[in-house]
Design a protein around this ligand. Structure first.
Ligand code: HEM
Length: 176
Protein backbone atom coordinates (compact mmCIF):
# COMPACT_ATOMS: atom_id res chain seq x y z
CA UNK A 1 0.00 0.00 0.00
CA UNK A 2 1.30 3.40 -0.93
CA UNK A 3 1.25 6.23 1.60
CA UNK A 4 0.92 9.83 0.62
CA UNK A 5 3.77 12.14 1.51
CA UNK A 6 1.48 13.90 3.99
CA UNK A 7 0.69 10.61 5.78
CA UNK A 8 4.39 9.76 6.05
CA UNK A 9 5.08 13.21 7.47
CA UNK A 10 2.32 12.81 10.07
CA UNK A 11 3.69 9.45 11.17
CA UNK A 12 7.16 10.92 11.55
CA UNK A 13 5.84 13.79 13.65
CA UNK A 14 4.02 11.44 16.01
CA UNK A 15 6.95 9.11 16.47
CA UNK A 16 8.30 9.36 20.03
CA UNK A 17 11.53 11.29 20.23
CA UNK A 18 14.38 8.99 21.20
CA UNK A 19 17.33 9.83 23.37
CA UNK A 20 15.72 12.63 25.35
CA UNK A 21 16.28 12.57 29.12
CA UNK A 22 12.78 13.55 30.21
CA UNK A 23 13.72 13.60 33.93
CA UNK A 24 16.28 16.27 33.08
CA UNK A 25 13.81 18.12 30.84
CA UNK A 26 11.30 18.28 33.71
CA UNK A 27 13.95 18.95 36.36
CA UNK A 28 13.20 15.64 38.14
CA UNK A 29 16.15 14.59 40.28
CA UNK A 30 16.40 10.96 41.25
CA UNK A 31 18.07 10.57 44.64
CA UNK A 32 19.95 7.35 45.17
CA UNK A 33 20.61 5.75 48.57
CA UNK A 34 24.26 5.40 49.55
CA UNK A 35 25.05 1.67 49.14
CA UNK A 36 26.96 1.61 52.44
CA UNK A 37 24.76 3.69 54.77
CA UNK A 38 21.42 3.17 53.01
CA UNK A 39 20.79 6.92 53.36
CA UNK A 40 19.79 9.52 50.79
CA UNK A 41 22.24 12.41 50.32
CA UNK A 42 21.39 15.79 51.90
CA UNK A 43 22.52 19.31 50.97
CA UNK A 44 25.96 20.17 52.39
CA UNK A 45 26.07 21.66 55.92
CA UNK A 46 28.65 22.24 58.62
CA UNK A 47 28.81 19.43 61.14
CA UNK A 48 28.85 20.62 64.75
CA UNK A 49 27.61 19.22 68.07
CA UNK A 50 25.91 22.60 68.56
CA UNK A 51 23.48 21.49 65.80
CA UNK A 52 21.99 19.12 68.41
CA UNK A 53 20.32 22.16 69.97
CA UNK A 54 21.51 21.91 73.59
CA UNK A 55 24.48 21.24 75.86
CA UNK A 56 24.93 17.65 77.06
CA UNK A 57 24.47 16.20 80.56
CA UNK A 58 27.46 14.61 82.27
CA UNK A 59 25.94 11.97 84.51
CA UNK A 60 26.86 8.29 84.36
CA UNK A 61 23.70 7.54 86.37
CA UNK A 62 21.53 9.21 83.74
CA UNK A 63 23.13 7.14 80.97
CA UNK A 64 22.59 3.98 83.03
CA UNK A 65 18.94 4.97 83.60
CA UNK A 66 18.51 4.98 79.82
CA UNK A 67 19.93 1.46 79.51
CA UNK A 68 23.35 2.70 78.36
CA UNK A 69 24.35 3.24 74.75
CA UNK A 70 22.19 0.36 73.46
CA UNK A 71 19.13 1.45 75.45
CA UNK A 72 19.39 4.94 73.94
CA UNK A 73 19.64 3.45 70.44
CA UNK A 74 16.52 1.31 70.99
CA UNK A 75 14.58 4.33 72.32
CA UNK A 76 15.50 6.55 69.33
CA UNK A 77 14.65 3.86 66.78
CA UNK A 78 11.41 2.95 68.57
CA UNK A 79 10.37 6.63 68.69
CA UNK A 80 10.74 6.85 64.91
CA UNK A 81 8.96 3.53 64.34
CA UNK A 82 6.02 4.53 66.56
CA UNK A 83 5.81 7.86 64.72
CA UNK A 84 5.88 6.22 61.27
CA UNK A 85 2.95 4.05 62.40
CA UNK A 86 1.07 6.88 64.15
CA UNK A 87 -1.83 8.05 61.92
CA UNK A 88 -1.60 11.54 63.47
CA UNK A 89 1.89 12.19 62.07
CA UNK A 90 2.80 9.26 59.75
CA UNK A 91 2.17 11.42 56.68
CA UNK A 92 4.95 13.85 57.63
CA UNK A 93 7.46 11.04 58.06
CA UNK A 94 6.47 8.96 55.00
CA UNK A 95 8.21 11.17 52.46
CA UNK A 96 11.50 11.40 54.37
CA UNK A 97 14.60 9.34 54.99
CA UNK A 98 13.88 7.24 58.07
CA UNK A 99 17.24 5.46 57.82
CA UNK A 100 18.97 8.80 58.34
CA UNK A 101 16.48 9.96 61.00
CA UNK A 102 16.98 6.81 63.10
CA UNK A 103 20.74 7.37 63.01
CA UNK A 104 20.70 11.13 63.67
CA UNK A 105 18.00 11.03 66.38
CA UNK A 106 19.99 8.31 68.15
CA UNK A 107 23.15 10.45 67.90
CA UNK A 108 21.28 13.49 69.20
CA UNK A 109 19.85 11.65 72.24
CA UNK A 110 23.22 9.96 72.88
CA UNK A 111 25.06 13.29 72.67
CA UNK A 112 22.57 15.17 74.88
CA UNK A 113 22.54 12.39 77.49
CA UNK A 114 26.34 12.44 77.65
CA UNK A 115 26.66 8.83 76.48
CA UNK A 116 29.75 9.44 74.34
CA UNK A 117 28.47 10.38 70.86
CA UNK A 118 29.11 13.21 68.45
CA UNK A 119 26.02 14.64 66.71
CA UNK A 120 26.58 14.69 62.96
CA UNK A 121 23.12 15.87 61.86
CA UNK A 122 21.70 19.21 60.83
CA UNK A 123 20.38 21.87 63.22
CA UNK A 124 16.73 21.70 64.29
CA UNK A 125 15.49 24.67 62.27
CA UNK A 126 17.11 23.51 59.01
CA UNK A 127 16.04 19.88 59.33
CA UNK A 128 12.38 20.78 60.02
CA UNK A 129 12.03 23.66 57.56
CA UNK A 130 9.04 23.12 55.31
CA UNK A 131 7.63 20.09 57.17
CA UNK A 132 4.75 22.23 58.41
CA UNK A 133 4.71 20.51 61.82
CA UNK A 134 2.11 21.77 64.30
CA UNK A 135 2.09 21.89 68.11
CA UNK A 136 -0.24 18.87 68.01
CA UNK A 137 2.27 16.98 65.82
CA UNK A 138 4.99 17.77 68.36
CA UNK A 139 2.80 16.50 71.19
CA UNK A 140 2.23 13.25 69.27
CA UNK A 141 5.98 12.81 68.76
CA UNK A 142 6.70 13.48 72.44
CA UNK A 143 4.04 10.91 73.42
CA UNK A 144 5.79 8.36 71.21
CA UNK A 145 9.15 9.18 72.79
CA UNK A 146 7.59 8.79 76.25
CA UNK A 147 6.14 5.41 75.24
CA UNK A 148 9.57 4.30 73.94
CA UNK A 149 11.26 5.39 77.19
CA UNK A 150 8.56 3.64 79.28
CA UNK A 151 9.04 0.41 77.31
CA UNK A 152 12.78 0.62 78.04
CA UNK A 153 12.05 1.06 81.75
CA UNK A 154 13.60 4.55 82.01
CA UNK A 155 12.69 6.05 85.42
CA UNK A 156 10.23 8.95 85.22
CA UNK A 157 12.71 11.55 86.50
CA UNK A 158 15.30 10.52 83.90
CA UNK A 159 12.65 10.67 81.14
CA UNK A 160 11.90 14.23 82.15
CA UNK A 161 15.56 15.22 82.00
CA UNK A 162 15.71 14.31 78.28
CA UNK A 163 12.38 16.04 77.64
CA UNK A 164 13.72 19.17 79.39
CA UNK A 165 16.55 19.32 76.82
CA UNK A 166 14.15 18.91 73.87
CA UNK A 167 11.29 21.19 74.98
CA UNK A 168 13.09 24.50 74.24
CA UNK A 169 13.65 23.28 70.64
CA UNK A 170 9.92 23.29 69.90
CA UNK A 171 9.89 26.80 68.42
CA UNK A 172 12.44 25.64 65.84
CA UNK A 173 10.50 22.56 64.68
CA UNK A 174 6.90 23.83 64.92
CA UNK A 175 5.97 26.04 61.99
CA UNK A 176 2.24 26.65 62.43
C1 HEM B 1 11.92 18.76 69.84
C2 HEM B 1 11.41 17.93 68.97
C3 HEM B 1 12.20 17.29 67.83
C4 HEM B 1 13.50 16.86 67.79
C5 HEM B 1 14.52 16.90 68.92
C6 HEM B 1 13.76 16.33 66.46
C7 HEM B 1 14.95 15.81 66.01
C8 HEM B 1 15.26 15.57 64.69
C9 HEM B 1 16.56 15.23 64.15
C10 HEM B 1 17.81 15.02 64.98
C11 HEM B 1 16.46 15.14 62.81
C12 HEM B 1 17.55 14.74 61.79
C13 HEM B 1 18.35 15.93 61.26
C14 HEM B 1 19.16 15.57 60.04
O1 HEM B 1 18.67 14.80 59.19
O2 HEM B 1 20.27 16.07 59.88
C15 HEM B 1 15.07 15.38 62.49
C16 HEM B 1 14.52 15.32 61.22
C17 HEM B 1 13.18 15.16 60.97
N1 HEM B 1 12.16 15.38 61.89
FE1 HEM B 1 12.38 15.93 63.78
N2 HEM B 1 12.60 16.44 65.73
C18 HEM B 1 11.63 17.01 66.52
C19 HEM B 1 10.33 17.27 66.16
C20 HEM B 1 9.72 16.79 65.02
C21 HEM B 1 8.31 16.82 64.73
C22 HEM B 1 7.22 17.44 65.63
C23 HEM B 1 8.14 16.22 63.52
C24 HEM B 1 6.85 15.94 62.78
C25 HEM B 1 5.81 15.41 63.36
C26 HEM B 1 9.45 15.83 63.03
C27 HEM B 1 9.70 15.20 61.83
C28 HEM B 1 10.96 15.09 61.27
C29 HEM B 1 11.22 14.64 59.91
C30 HEM B 1 10.16 14.20 58.88
C31 HEM B 1 12.62 14.70 59.71
C32 HEM B 1 13.40 14.32 58.45
C33 HEM B 1 13.58 15.57 57.61
C34 HEM B 1 14.36 15.30 56.33
O3 HEM B 1 14.48 14.16 55.91
O4 HEM B 1 14.85 16.23 55.73
N3 HEM B 1 10.38 16.19 63.97
N4 HEM B 1 14.37 15.62 63.65
Amino acid sequence: MLMSAAAVLMLLQQAPAEGIDWDAEFGVEEKVRDPETGEFPVDPYTQDNANSGAAPYTSAQLVADFGGREGIRRIAIRTVELSEADPRIAGIFAAHDMVRLKRTLDEQFCYLLGAGCEYSGRDMRTSHAGLGATKADLNALVENLQAAMREEGVPFGAQNRLLAKLAPMSDKVVER
